[in-house]
Every structure is written in C-alpha cells, then in structure tokens.
Write a protein that binds this ligand. Structure first.
Ligand code: N5F
Length: 397
C-alpha cells in the first residue's frame, strides 16, 4: 500500500494546531482506579438526567419538526430571548454557540491574523490558547494572581502595544481561581475605553460563587458606561450539562453578525434539539438549581482544602477558591509538576500540570486541581495519594 507523509500535505495552519493537554490527559485518567482532578468536569450527580429524559421525549414528540430540522445560525429564538433577558440585553446581541469553546475559535477567526498581538493572562485557559494559537497570533501576557491580572503590567503593555483583543476571565479564573475585585474591573475598563480596545470576557464560572453575590461583569460595567467593546462569553456547561454543548456570546450587533457569519462556515448552527432542551430546563426552577450547584461545589472545595491542609508537605502553596472549580498550586524550589505527574499516575491520582496554561512558557512548577467531579470522600483519598507522590518527589530514595 502506498504511504503518504501527511505532515507535508497539511497546510501551514496544521503545524500550529496542537493537542489539548486536558483532552490527552482525559484518556490517561479514564483508567479505572485513577482519581482524576484533571478536567473541569462538572459533578455528574448534578446533571438533570430524569428531567432531561422526560423533556427530550416531549420535545421530540411535540416539536419534532423544529427540533430535528436545520435551524437559524444565531440560535433557537426562545433560548436567545431567554439569554437576552437573563443578561439584560437585546435578542440581536446574543449568539448561541456550540460550547463557548466554539466562540473562542470564532473570535480567533474573526479578529486574529498571523502575527496579530493578542493579550491574555499568564496563566490563562489552555483551551483559549489552543484555539487562538491556530490563527498564528503573537501572544502578549500579563501575570495574573488571586486578584486577576497585574494592572500595572497591563497598563505598561498597552502603552507599547495595541492587541486585537484582551482575553480575560475576571471571575474564578481558569486555572488560577483569581477573582478581580470591583475596583480593578473599573480601573481596567477606564484604560480599555480610553484606547478603544476590545475585551473578550469569558465568564464560564459566573454562577459558581461561594460567598457573597456575583460581582458585576466587565460587560455590564462597560454597558453602564456606554462602551460597546466588551464581548461576553458564557455557557450552560457548568450549570446544566457540558455534553449538550450549548453556550452563548453577548456583544454589539456588529460583532454578533460577523461571528454569526464565521459560525455558518463551521457548523451552520448549534444542534436545535439541545437548544430547545436547554431552554426547557432553564425556564423554570433555574435559580434553585443554581443554589444547589453552588452549595455542592462549595462543599467539594472545602473538602479539598481540608485534605490539602492535612496532606501537603511544607512549602507547597495553593489558592483558596472563592468560587469556580479549581485549586491552583505552586510547588516549592522549582520542583517540576511534570515529574510529580509521573509519580502521581503511579499512585493513581491525576491533575493538569500548569505549563500549558502559560501562552509564552513558564509555570513548570505549577498545577491545577479540579474539585468539581468527585465526591468529598474521593477528594480526600486523592489528596492523600497526591501527598504521597509529592513526598516521594521531595525525598527520593
Ligand atoms: O462551554 P464549553 O463547555 O465549551 O466550555 C469551554 C470553556 C471556556 N472557557 C473556560 C474558561 C473554560 O474553563 C471552559 C471549559 N474548561 C474546562 C477545563 O477543564 O478547563 C473543560 C475542558 C474539558 C475538556 O477538555 O474535556
């Protein structure tokens, strides 16, 4: 049989497309016996299985001709209208996407040329880095911590550079868990507005707060100030079910129009059945569902923090999340998270090494733990195993 060297046949872009570390790890960590804290996989016990089964059957019986037909690219109108009302925007300002992951790719497609500067936090969501990287941009990064991006560095960067957009996750950042305080949000917006820059605000974790109520988003603050340059992304993945792949963008109608055109070439539209199902599931009892979700994740976060306090050797630093799904950890004295990963897998526990979250390198001694998926008992056992792996790495035989 004739063999082909595919790498010489692909286009240049293919060279910039790389595997997602999370997705690769998922394969490894699905081995029976492994306790995985790698993927930000929502708690399966929170999935509305029975309710979804009933409603899906009803939808197919009663609205089958809509649910099984091609639909509009912008999204199923009743769901768009629901999202618009939820966010306090107009229907024309909402686009339904196939996961917010798709929105990230569409933004890359629409805004980024080869060599275009794009600014993001270090660390930032690796799925966004992966999506943008395919378009060949030049990444500019600002360090981010528990209070979001370092505004001094950000302002200094913006004096020299004009990025196509700033990609930020102000609330319960993935992976660092950072939460940008209100004053920082306002200060950032002033700079952005003065320069007329576009901000992409990824608010995937907006509802997963443990303490006092949600802070206003950059998107909301910008609208109050009459500034149209914030493109807002969020998703039903973390509050309903990620397998449905239903998410949304809210932005100025001109931005929505261009993203819609880009989406036409990708998938024509997000599956209609899934959109109707999401609409049916959120239109009643959503507030109570959110309460339950917040309480569940808060309990899991506390279980992880208690276990970490017991199991981690001295010198290990980790965040205390105020919401979201992640604990972010720094190992002492330049210890490598990759090396720890090898030992952890031998102990049947997994996490995501932090380096792929840094668009321009670094972070080799960092890692991310998701407490979202497992129950408190398994979380405690997992942290025991992680502690053993770490102590093994610190004091090799
Ligand atoms: O809406 P959806 O499901 O496409 O979510 C993508 C997404 C977008 N933005 C942020 C900040 C996110 O954290 C995510 C989802 N991230 C998870 C994670 O583990 O970092 C899920 C990845 C799961 C996987 O690749 O299987």
């Amino acid at each position: 049989m004739k063999t082909l060297d595919w790498t010489t046949l692909f286009g240049e872009r293919a060279g910039r497309i790389q595997a997602s570390t999370i997705r690769e790890l998922l394969k490894l960590t699905q081995r029976p016996g492994v306790l995985s804290f790698a993927g930000g996989l929502p708690a399966p016990e929170l999935f509305p299985k029975e309710e979804a089964a009933q409603k899906a059957a009803e939808i197919l019986r009663e609205k089958g001709e809509v649910a099984l037909q091609y639909g509009p690219t912008e999204g199923y109108l009743p769901l768009r209208a629901w999202v618009a009302e939820w966010l306090g925007v107009k229907v024309e300002e909402v686009l339904i996407t196939t996961g917010s992951q798709q929105a990230l790719d569409l933004l890359g497609k629409v805004f980024l040329d080869e060599g275009s500067p794009v600014l993001l936090e270090a660390p930032s969501y690796m799925g966004a880095i992966q999506a943008f990287r395919a378009y060949g941009p030049r990444f500019l990064t600002v360090p981010a911590g528990e209070e979001g991006p370092d505004l001094e560095v950000l302002e200094e960067t913006l004096r020299r550079e004009r990025p196509r957009f700033l990609y930020l996750i102000p609330s319960f950042q993935n992976p660092s868990g950072g939460l940008m305080p209100l004053a920082a949000r306002k200060r950032l917006l002033e700079v952005v507005m003065a320069q007329g820059l576009v901000v992409v605000e990824d608010d995937a974790y907006r509802e997963l707060y443990f303490g006092e109520a949600r802070l206003p988003s950059l998107f909301e603050l910008a609208r109050e100030a009459g500034y149209p340059g914030v493109i807002y992304l969020s998703s039903f993945s973390k509050v309903l079910a990620p397998g449905l792949r239903v998410a949304f963008v809210a932005a100025h109608p001109e931005a929505i129009l261009k993203l819609t055109q880009a989406k036409q070439g990708v998938d024509l539209h997000t599956p209609v059945l899934n959109q109707i199902l999401v609409h049916e599931l959120v239109k009643e009892g959503f507030a109570e569902r959110l309460e339950r979700i917040r309480a569940t994740y808060k309990a899991k976060a506390m279980a992880m923090l208690e276990a970490l306090a017991r199991e981690m050797p001295e010198g290990v630093r980790y965040t205390r999340p105020k919401g979201g799904m992640f604990v972010w950890m720094e190992l002492p004295n330049g210890l490598s998270a990759e090396a720890l990963f090898q030992r952890a897998i031998a102990e049947e526990v997994a996490f995501v090494p932090g380096a792929p979250f840094f668009a321009n390198g670094g972070g080799e001694n960092t890692l991310r733990l998701s407490y979202a998926t497992l129950d408190p008992g398994r979380i405690a056992e997992g942290m025991r195993r992680l502690g053993r792996a770490l102590k093994g790495l610190l004091a090799p035989a």
